[in-house]
Design a protein around this ligand. Structure first.
Ligand SMILES: Cc1cc2nc3c(=O)[nH]c(=O)nc-3n(C[C@H](O)[C@H](O)[C@H](O)COP(=O)(O)O)c2cc1C
Length: 230
């Protein structure tokens, strides 16, 4: 808690972000193996620091059991950090003398995590979607599924390493343009309006959601009021 307060003061930070990376630590040869008191520390930090605290996963996603615990601990911003993009299990296995390849598919995808988060939705809790967001349409889909913001790491990082800075800046512009194309096609002026459009979830994700007791039908039908009013 003292470290958290000091970090915020030193940087005059607007927010503090704590990452959860249990699977990464477990696969890392030099990783932490002791997670005792983790949730309690998060609760204490959230109470003590004067800025918002964001808790994020780093690519293994979050189920509603964890999301609820974080909300109960006072967290109001959660970055779901799902699988489907940068994979820290693969990265750690490449470094490890004893790679555990069977864990490379571990975790929930970003879409699954957003569906889980949807069951815990509250007006004072904000979800950030990250993990495998590669273009503006991905971002729009994440927002339509309930995210307030998206995070992109691997896609831009790879570009920064292989392309000149100008091209990277253009890629950011292009990302925004892709969002505008999707929003115009859907007749939405504001990002929040994406959440009023019907969204059909099919295939393996729908089956998985059903097993978890998450009803995907309201997502597919939520445009009814809007189209009825036309
Ligand atoms: C090289 C690299 C380093 C990262 N370091 C951190 C970190 O220190 N803390 C953290 O919370 N997330 C870290 N992340 C995870 C990202 O913040 C993010 O959750 C994830 O990579 C997003 O998925 P994407 O890369 O598929 O866009 C890192 C990601 C990359 C690619």
């Amino acid at each position: 808690m003292e470290q958290a307060i000091k970090a915020v003061e030193m940087l005059e930070a607007d927010a503090l972000q704590i990452h959860l990376n249990v699977m990464q630590e477990l696969l890392m040869p030099e990783g932490d193996r002791d997670f005792t008191g983790y949730l309690e520390h998060i609760r204490q930090i959230a109470e003590a620091v004067p800025v918002p605290v964001i808790v994020k996963e780093v690519g293994f996603g979050m189920a509603r059991e964890s999301i609820r615990q974080l909300i109960d601990a006072g967290i109001r911003m959660i970055d779901l950090g799902g699988s489907g993009g940068t994979n820290f299990a693969v990265i750690e296995n490449r470094r490890s003398p004893q790679p555990l390849a069977m864990f490379e598919q571990w975790g929930l995808t970003t879409v699954q995590s957003l569906l889980e988060a949807g069951t815990c939705a509250r007006p004072d809790v904000y979800f950030i979607a990250s993990g495998g967001i590669r273009h503006g349409l991905d971002a729009c889909k994440a927002i339509a599924l309930g995210a307030s913001a998206v995070g992109v790491a691997g896609y831009f990082l790879q570009m920064v390493q292989t392309q000149p800075l100008d091209a990277c800046m253009e890629a950011v512009e292009l990302f925004h343009h892709q969002m505008k194309v999707a929003m115009t096609a859907l007749g939405t002026r504001r990002l929040e309006e994406l959440r009023l459009r019907p969204l059909t979830i099919t295939g393996e994700t729908a089956l998985w959601a059903w097993m978890r007791g998450i009803d995907c039908r309201p997502y597919a039908r939520r445009g009814d009021e809007f189209f009825g009013a036309l």
